[in-house]
Design a binder for this molecule. Structure first.
Ligand SMILES: *[C@@H]1O[C@H](CO)[C@@H](O)[C@H](O)[C@H]1NC(C)=O
Ligand SMILES: *[C@@H]1O[C@H](CO)[C@@H](O)[C@H](O)[C@H]1NC(C)=O
Length: 202
């Protein structure tokens, strides 16, 4: 019974997507996106501010803002789901997925050893200093990796933890490079069609 139901659902969704035009799909996606963000209003002031920022402008958010709100962040990402239609939302989703990967690579023992060496703020500043703003320039982007590496030298982190932190930093650096380029031209933002691929970094 359950199996039949599953098959039906799959069939039904392929039928609907067959009849829905690309434009319709994007309208549905946009409505879902807005609904997801609405759900976050008032959960935390900071996240609320960021959500507003994301909705109201073409600027994207920086990883650190979400590190302090991991649970909210994860449920927001889950709510948003897969973004099919190209453009600003896909770009923000790319940012979310890169951020999620960075956070994941910095979790657990890596987080501990950085904290024990009192280097948490320094590490964080490599990708997201206080006055951080998109779009970053090449000067900043090119220092992300060397900065991260230098901070890690001040820790007793294991080779494995260091490797993971560097993987996360590389993903963020690549995103900064892509975004610096994309944000130069509104047409490129509207045509943004990339999906974050974590396997590139593992
Ligand atoms: C958010 O909080 C404000 C003020 O506390 C309130 O007026 C508003 O209705 C709340 N919005 C939602 C969506 O809960
Ligand atoms: C933006 O990009 C489009 C498409 O690549 C191009 O035709 C246009 O000239 C660019 N605009 C600016 C201001 O560079």
């Amino acid at each position: 019974m359950l199996k039949t139901f599953a098959v039906l659902v799959v069939l039904l969704s392929s039928v609907t997507s067959f009849f829905l035009s690309e434009k319709d799909i994007c309208e549905v996606e946009k409505a879902r996106w807005n609904q997801c963000f609405k759900g976050f209003i008032n959960k935390t002031t900071e996240l609320n501010e960021i959500a507003k920022e994301v909705i109201e402008s073409s600027s994207t958010v920086a990883p650190s803002h979400y590190q302090n709100h991991k649970n909210n962040f994860n449920s927001l990402v889950q709510c948003v789901g897969n973004i099919h239609c190209k453009g600003e939302r896909k770009m923000i989703k790319f940012n979310f997925d890169t951020t999620g990967f960075y956070v994941e690579m910095n979790e657990g023992t890596a987080e501990q050893c950085v904290k024990e060496a009192d280097q948490t703020v320094q590490l964080h500043n490599c990708i997201n200093p206080k006055d951080f703003k998109f779009s970053t320039g090449n000067d900043f982007n090119n220092k992300v990796l060397s900065c991260t590496e230098e901070v890690l030298e001040n820790t007793e982190c294991s080779a494995e933890d260091k490797k993971n932190v560097m993987r996360g930093a590389l993903a963020v650096k690549d995103m900064y490079d892509i975004f610096s380029d994309t944000l130069k031209n509104k047409t490129h933002v509207n045509e943004f069609d990339l999906k974050f691929d974590r396997t590139k970094y593992l």
